[in-house]
Structures are given as structure tokens and as C-alpha cells.
Design a protein around this ligand. Structure first.
Ligand code: 5RP
Length: 233
């Protein structure tokens, strides 16, 4: 296993310790969460753990099926006990940029419905300020609104680009049938304000700024797994 993969796996193993028998579990998306889903699958099989998963994407759904984790819906269980997910950037307040896997809208809905939100990542995801290193804010946008949303992002000082697919010509389309756009602002001074401004633009379905949602981060480092906590707003 590549060293970076071991860091992700260690973070995932720390997070799954929060999952108890009978829990409804939000299943995030990405390469780090795959380790958490595999570990939960092992516990379901070998330790008779009874849980129901709510997947945040087709990828999470497929991983849950593959690992024999029974799944349910928000209709049946609108309150989730614990959500485990990955992130693209994590700041000192545990605010996040998410969505490089294009699952941000469902991921945010699942996170908002959860009593406890746990983020798992390798240490490279930790930043001082969101938007460092030209990290874009992924956004889900109605296809009908692509051009005006791009103009509105420019008026807010950003640069927007439609995310292009590999394997098909044209834009990445989310699991919800919408376009995915990446909006680059440079370092983001006030992420909560930017989130409010972006959400006010007609046609923006969701943004990858996750503000005040995270309770615990497990960060895999070369020597250990660091736990960072934040009292939710
Ligand atoms: C998908 C996400 C992912 O959680 C995020 O991109 C992190 O992925 P990875 O664990 O592969 O680095 O937000 O929309």
C-alpha cells in the first residue's frame, strides 16, 4: 500500500470506532471513505454489527452493496446518527472545501441531517485558509443557468470553469443530473460570507463550502492519527 493510502486508512479506522450497533450511518464519497466502508463491512460480517447506511453518491451506494452494508433512505431515516466523509481542504475551524468527487450536494444534505459529522483525510488536506494553492470551490449548477452563474461568480471576484469529464466529451454531470463547476477565488477570507453569496445566485444548487458542519476530523499523519474537534455552531 502506498504511504498516503495508509494515512487515509488509519484515519478511516479511527472514525468507524464511533459507529455503534443500531446506528444509521451517512456514507460519504471519495477514496478515503472507501476504507471506512470496507471496515464497516468487515464489522457487519464478522462482529454482527447492525447498521443501515445512507450513501451520498452512486460510488458510496456501490461500495455499500459490495461490502454488504444494508442501505436505507432519508425518507425512512431523516435523522442520521453519524456521517463519515472525506474532504479536499480543512481549515483550523474545521470548515471544509468538498466536492472534487462531484458529490457535494448529497454529501451536504447527509451531513446536515447527521447528529455527528466526522471527516477523515490525510494530513495534506489541512490548510491555514480555505482556497490556498488555488483550490477551487466545486459547485453544482443547473445546466440552464451555467452562463449566468459563471458571470455572477466573476462579479464576486472568482474564476469559474465547467468541470470536463474524462471518458466523454462535455461537462461532468452530477448524480442529480446537474453540471459541476469549479470556482477559484484564491484564499477565501470569509468562507461563510462567500457561501451565503454563492447560494443566493439563481441556478446554484449547492456549493462545496461546508461551514460549521464538522464535529471531528481524523487526520492521518506519518506517525499517528490526529483528532481535531470543534463545537458545532
Ligand atoms: C467528493 C468529496 C470527497 O470526499 C473529497 O473529494 C475527498 O476525496 P478523497 O478522499 O478521494 O481525497 O467531497 O465529492
Amino acid at each position: 500500500m502506498e504511504p498516503i493510502e495508509a494515512l487515509k486508512r488509519n484515519a478511516a479506522l479511527a472514525a468507524v470506532k464511533h459507529v455503534k450497533d443500531g446506528f444509521i450511518v451517512g456514507l460519504g464519497s471519495g477514496s478515503t471513505i472507501a476504507y471506512a466502508i470496507a471496515a464497516l463491512g468487515e464489522q457487519v460480517k464478522n462482529e454482527n454489527l447492525h447498521i443501515l447506511g445512507i450513501p451520498s453518491s452512486y460510488q458510496a451506494f456501490a461500495l455499500a452493496v459490495q461490502n454488504k452494508i444494508p442501505i436505507t433512505t432519508l425518507e425512512e431515516h431523516p435523522v442520521i446518527d453519524v456521517d463519515i466523509d472525506g474532504a479536499d481542504q480543512i481549515d483550523p475551524k474545521l470548515d471544509l472545501i468538498k466536492g472534487m468527487g462531484a458529490a457535494l450536494a448529497r454529501e451536504k444534505i447527509v451531513a446536515a441531517a447527521s447528529k455527528l459529522n466526522i471527516i477523515i483525510a490525510d494530513e495534506k488536506k489541512r490548510v491555514k485558509v480555505l482556497g490556498e494553492n488555488n483550490q477551487p470551490v466545486p459547485m453544482e449548477v443547473l445546466s440552464f443557468a451555467i452562463a449566468p452563474v459563471m458571470r455572477s461568480i466573476e462579479k464576486l471576484g472568482g474564476r469559474a470553469a465547467l468541470r470536463e469529464t474524462k471518458g466523454k466529451l462535455g461537462p461532468v454531470i452530477s448524480d442529480n443530473g446537474n453540471a459541476i463547476m469549479d470556482a477559484t477565488f484564491g484564499t477565501i477570507g470569509d468562507a461563510a460570507k462567500l457561501e451565503r453569496e454563492l447560494k443566493m445566485i439563481p441556478g446554484v444548487v449547492e456549493t462545496g463550502l461546508f461551514i460549521g458542519l464538522t464535529d471531528i476530523v481524523y487526520l492521518g499523519t506519518a506517525s499517528t492519527v490526529e483528532q481535531l474537534t470543534q463545537k458545532r455552531k
